[in-house]
Design a protein around this ligand. Sequence first.
Ligand SMILES: *[C@@H]1O[C@H](CO)[C@@H](O)[C@H](O)[C@H]1NC(C)=O
Length: 135
Amino acid sequence: MHAPAVIGNALVILLILSFCNSVRTDNVHVSVKNRLGNGKNLTLHCQSKDTDLGEQNVIDGGEFGWDFSVNVWGSTLFYCDMGWDAVQEYHFDAYSFERDFARCETQCSWLVSGEGMYGLNGETGFWEFAYDWPS
Ligand SMILES: *[C@@H]1O[C@H](CO)[C@@H](O)[C@H](O)[C@H]1NC(C)=O
């Protein structure tokens, strides 16, 4: 009577295959919106281990975004440095698979404002206050 075990193994293999498949084809879009106001430009430099998106000037009201697929190891990480007149250098993780695979599965939006930074929670559809500027 080995049938149940065989079915169990087949199920596990199926689950692993479908998991790898969805991870590989999932496309994520990350964007950083400048809502500082008063015509303030934001400089933004985002990169991952093997991609450097270069230093960008994001004008007031504008945004910078990019698309990528998360890696099968679940270790995808994009980190950014940004700054403007009041905060010269601020470092944050724009996308971290561990933190974001459920929070913003396909759309990770950030909004930079004078009082801090908001992140869009894709699960709830709400903008959440995420970071305070160091004072
Ligand atoms: C912001 O950037 C734009 C586009 O590069 C530039 O024309 C403008 O002068 C900049 N504004 C300030 C306040 O630096």
